[in-house]
Design a protein around this ligand. Structure first.
Ligand SMILES: Nc1ncnc2c1ncn2[C@@H]1O[C@H](COP(=O)(O)OP(=O)(O)O)[C@@H](O)[C@H]1O
Ligand SMILES: [Mg+2]
Length: 280
């Protein structure tokens, strides 16, 4: 495994390997089993696997956790090597943004709902950095987790609209034993918050269950989900919504199609997200 910190060094590597399939797994590091599952899928489908580790300042709001976002490069490199990564691309902020950016890549409409509504500018930061990573790394496939379902939808739209020669591969949500979706930010939770955080998945399961039993009224499904979220006394609900997926349009009756039940919940300053895709 090679660790590459500059764009020019990557270009040299790429020049020698460009005939081989390249799978990219973009992350912000502090790796957990969710990231590893993306790497493993990329490993199965590509000759070369590139893991990018970059905490992207552009996608953090001014009052968010960019500075204190958990980082542990040494541990990440050990986990990456064990998972079969070929190249870790770990640029500095200066390497990615040597000059103030005057160009951004933005996807409209679907970025204004759910996480986009509570984190203005977040998705523009994501699509801008992912565009840069696609141009730098030149992957054939890029692997994204369904935990960030809106992010996957936004990037898929960007790829289609701008003709990036990249195939997005969605990977299933990896969970802790009690159902909590794995996330680097889970380390922020106090033991009591961590116990209550299982409520997100309980809520997801309840909505999925009612949907599978035939409930097709969006308001009633939402009520079932919200009632469970309210049982966690430390939780502050940011949003709980049922929308069409991947278009993220409002829906009243779930007759035929595909939808998402998506939740975001604050425990203190820690914001957790989870979702389920509902299909009929
Ligand atoms: N529990 C999970 N299961 C599957 N994929 C995940 C999970 N957590 C994160 N990912 C995916 O890993 C990639 C990098 O996410 P990142 O922001 O570094 O991690 P996290 O959101 O856990 O802090 C994204 O595509 C994200 O969807
Ligand atoms: Mg994340």
């Amino acid at each position: 495994m090679n660790v590459i910190e500059t764009i020019s060094a990557y270009r040299e590597w790429w020049f020698r390997h460009r005939q081989q399939t390249i799978g990219l797994v973009p992350t912000m590091g502090y790796l957990h089993q969710g990231h590893i599952s993306l790497i493993e899928q990329a490993r199965r489908e590509n000759r070369q696997v590139v893991l990018s580790i970059f905490v992207n300042p552009l996608q953090f709001g001014p009052s968010e956790d960019f500075e204190r976002y958990p980082r542990d490069m040494e541990r990440d490199l050990a986990l990456a090597e064990r998972a079969g990564v070929d190249i870790v691309f770990a640029p500095s902020v200066h390497e990615m943004y040597p000059n103030p950016m005057k160009t951004t890549v933005e996807v409209k409409d679907i970025t204004s709902r759910l996480c986009g509504a509570s984190r203005p500018g977040h998705f523009a930061g994501v699509t801008t950095v992912v565009s840069k990573l696609f141009h730098i790394i030149q992957p054939d496939k890029a692997y994204f987790g369904q935990k960030d379902a809106q992010q996957a939808a936004v990037i898929e739209k960007m790829i289609a609209d701008l003709n990036f020669p990249v195939q997005l591969v969605r990977c299933p949500i990896i969970r802790e034993e009690d159902g909590l979706a794995m996330s680097s930010r889970n380390v922020y939770l106090s033991p009591e918050e961590r116990r209550e955080a299982a409520v997100l998945y309980e809520s997801i399961r309840a909505v999925e269950g009612a949907f599978k039993q035939g409930e097709d009224d969006a308001a009633r499904l939402l009520e079932i989900g919200e009632r469970i979220l309210h049982t966690a006394k430390l939780a502050r609900i940011d949003y709980a919504e049922i929308l069409s997926y991947p278009d993220l349009e409002p829906v009243t009756a779930l007759k035929r199609g595909q939808w998402i039940y998506a939740v975001a919940v604050f425990f203190g300053n820690t914001r957790l997200i989870d979702n389920a895709i509902l299909q009929r």
